[in-house]
Write a protein that binds this ligand. Structure first.
Ligand code: ARG
Ligand code: GLU
Length: 723
């Protein structure tokens, strides 16, 4: 019998649905059970136990959560940590002045004593991960509301945390996985004396800036180095001159043998957040409603800030980190829309859902519990849509206006005073003062006023009136509908945003300070904006969100039960994960095919003398001209970056890229633009992570910066040469 063609097509499309090679962010303690054989078939030469073990030093002991927002890895037995330039950027910026401009010129501590402490920066190790699903879900019955369920689970989690076996220097927390279907306990150890050791100039560490960000081909040396310091007995300690370099249980060996296409790679780190199990209806909302709205708002804010940064060097330093972070997601969302559209992600989800539904209906028990799930999800997301959009408007706009942050901080003092009198006020002051100081450090009233004027107009004109603050509308009316006049009025009360004036107010007795604070217009305005949001958006949105959470949890569980031919991994939630794949180029679009690595010839093709983004430091030009690459280049070629199929996301910045033996070969720092939709729907055809080749990192440290003392600390290996 000849196979029916449409049946073949259907079969093929089902197979390709499940054959998503290498997708997934896996829990390190489950690799042995779920992934080891696949990893070995891709070329891995070590065992799951070498990656995660509670009995011996394993690779996980060389990986840290860097400040809670990035990943870092130990690359010497003296506590040396490698992470991205953009992860160390805030620290580098904080130590920079017009005279010592480390952002522009780079920084290299000549000795340990010159390494600079960083307030608030920490590095967290994962000691152990335990499955505590049973204990966490104890007492959960089907009749509970979301709020009741959460309250039971929170109590359970607290109990698990308190009873967790751990050393006095260790911490514990419990986190939910698979939308709250499973729970894991993490025992951690956090070191809080983390010092800046070195960073290349921005023209290397952030070469190509926003034009190249999220792009391939890439030529950025996106790295910086820190060192963990510990007490004399190698335990966590707050900063002290008595602290000594930390001796890790494990540090990574570094391979200088280079990378070839199809080589096995894995990335070990702390991915922040993904949503891979959404139904098509939710993906379509992200693609056509939420992403476009957020992009439009950021477009306005960026244009304003950029205008000021380009003409004033001091503003450029102050706003550098803020600008980069606003720009970063702005550009990512654009890639996400493109990728989702180009790969027909929504249609693929719908095909998958049709298969799910078919299987559910064919089984009486499933039909009973899951038969209506997809239609319920459709309905829930449809009613959520306008409120979700309003929430995006509120958060995107309000977070860009620093005056709001100042006003809200001051407002919390008034609230504390009203509730608990003088004592409440004084207590609150302890957190409010540093919070305001942190805002002011990176604040310019002229820039902020322009941002306000521009975004306030969007807030008013682009939204249904019900979501707009009545006070803002009144004041706008009183300002003859001029946003400039409104901005002028709001930003005329100088007392609000200079450190000295604020200090003077906060030094007064509570009653007087509260009176002074209440007199600020900004407080009235931003409080009303917040209250309007709470009353007219959040009050409706919150129960809707709870309903969605509950449906998503059931849907996730149902998928795991019904779609047994698919391998499930939990969405990223800032916990330690391993992702693996192979070094590979990709076809970005029709007739555009990308190679898997870049080198310094390509960097020089981008070089534009004097340019804001593409200038190259003189010393690097000389090294290039003389092909002076030391042991890091090969046959006159200096590799810079490479790509692979590892499934990564934000938070994986600074993650080590490891070879088949677990040696460090690169430093993860980005993804390709076409593939940023991997947060929602990984597609092996175009999703690639971008790493800087470790040979380029060491070339910069050694040949460019002359920081040989650091290279001397490292353990260099040559696995391909059998050494
Ligand atoms: N896109 C990378 C990430 O998501 C790098 C961001 C920093 N670089 C920049 N030009 N903004 O974090
Ligand atoms: N640059 C990102 C970060 O800061 C990593 C790139 C990504 O999102 O994959 O974590």
């Amino acid at each position: 019998m000849k196979p029916n063609k449409s049946l073949l097509v259907l079969l093929f499309s089902i197979i390709s649905l499940f054959a998503k090679a290498d997708e997934g962010m896996w829990l390190p303690q489950l690799l042995g059970k779920l992934n080891e054989s696949r990893m070995k078939s891709l070329g891995m030469k070590i065992s799951a136990e070498d990656i995660y073990s509670i009995n011996k030093g394993s690779l996980k002991d060389a990986v840290v959560s860097f400040g809670g927002f990035c990943t870092g890895e130990l690359i010497s037995s003296k506590g040396l940590v490698l992470t991205n330039h953009h992860c160390g950027f805030d620290a580098i910026q904080n130590h920079s002045t017009l005279e010592h401009n480390y952002i522009r010129d780079g920084f290299w501590a000549p000795t340990n004593a010159d390494e600079i402490p960083n307030k608030g920066l920490y590095a967290t190790f994962i000691v152990r991960i335990d499955d505590v699903s049973k204990e966490a879900l104890e007492g959960i019955t089907t009749g509970l509301t979301e709020a009741q369920r959460m309250s039971v689970i929170e109590k359970n989690m607290e109990k698990i945390k308190v009873n967790a076996k751990k050393e006095p220097t260790q911490d514990a927390f419990v986190r939910g996985f698979f939308e709250g279907n499973q729970y894991y306990l993490f025992v951690t150890e956090t070191y809080r004396d983390v010092r800046l050791v070195g960073a290349p100039p921005s023209a290397i560490g952030n070469f190509g800036k926003d034009t190249d960000n999220w792009m391939w081909p890439r030529h950025t040396g996106d790295f910086s180095m820190f060192r963990i310091y510990a007490s004399k007995d190698n335990k966590p300690a707050v900063y002290s001159t008595d602290n000594i370099p930390y001796t890790p249980k494990k540090s990574l060996s570094i391979s200088l043998d280079g990378i070839a296409e199809n080589d096995f790679t894995m990335v070990f780190g702390f991915p922040g957040r993904t949503t891979e199990y959404l139904p098509g209806v939710a993906v379509e909302q992200i693609r056509s409603v939420n992403d476009p709205a957020k992009i439009a708002i950021r477009d306005k804010a960026l244009a304003v800030i950029d205008r000021y940064m380009r003409k004033d060097e001091a503003i450029k330093i102050k706003y550098a980190a803020k600008y980069a972070s606003i720009q970063n997601a702005y550009k990512k969302w654009q890639g996400e829309i493109q990728g989702l559209t180009r790969t027909n992600a929504v249609d693929k989800k719908k095909t998958y859902e049709a298969e799910f539904q078919k299987r559910v209906l064919a089984n009486a028990a499933w039909k009973e519990s899951y038969g209506n799930l997809l239609t319920d999800l459709d309905a829930a997301y449809a009613s959520f849509k306008p409120f979700g959009l309003a929430r995006d408007y509120y958060t995107e706009i309000i977070n860009k206006i620093e005056l709001n942050a100042i006003a809200m901080n001051l407002n919390s003092l008034v609230t504390a005073y009203t509730r608990n009198g003088e004592a409440g006020y004084q207590d609150k002051l302890k957190t409010v003062k540093p919070a305001i100081a942190a805002v002011l450090e990176e604040y310019d009233a002229t820039v902020d006023r322009s941002v306000f004027e521009s975004l306030a107009e969007m807030y008013v004109t682009d939204q249904p009136k019900a979501y707009v603050s009545p006070v803002l509308l009144q004041w706008l009316d009183a300002s003859d509908n001029s946003y400039a006049a409104l901005g002028g009025k709001l930003y005329s009360q100088q007392g609000l945003y200079t450190q000295s004036n604020l200090d003077a107010i906060l030094a007064k007795p509570a009653t007087e300070a509260v009176d002074a604070i209440k007199a600020f217009d900004a407080l009235k305005l931003f409080s009303d904006i917040q209250q309007t949001f709470q009353k007219n958006v959040l009050a409706t949105l919150t129960p809707m969100q709870e309903k969605i959470n509950q449906l998503q949890r059931t849907y996730t569980r149902a998928q795991m039960e019904v779609m047994t031919d698919k391998k499930f991994y939990p969405d990223a939630n800032s916990t330690l994960r391993v992702t693996y794949g192979k070094v590979a180029g990709y076809t970005a679009r029709d007739a555009v095919k990308y190679e898997y690595f870049t080198d310094m010839d390509g960097l020089m093709e981008k070089y534009k003398p004097g340019d804001y983004e593409f200038d190259v430091p003189a010393k690097l030009l000389t090294l290039y001209k003389n092909k002076d690459y030391g042991r890091y280049g090969k046959n006159g070629v200096m590799p810079v970056c490479f790509i692979a199929t590892n499934h990564t996301t934000g938070g994986n910045s600074g993650s080590p890229a490891l070879d088949a033996y677990g040696n460090l070969i690169g430093l993860n720092f980005d993804r390709v633009w076409e593939g940023t939709m991997s947060d929602i729907n990984y597609d092996p055809s175009i999703c690639r992570n971008i790493m800087v080749d470790i040979r380029y990192v060491l070339f910069i440290v050694d040949k460019f910066a002359g920081a040989t003392r650091l290279v001397d600390e490292m353990k260099i290996v040559h696995p391909k040469k059998g050494k």
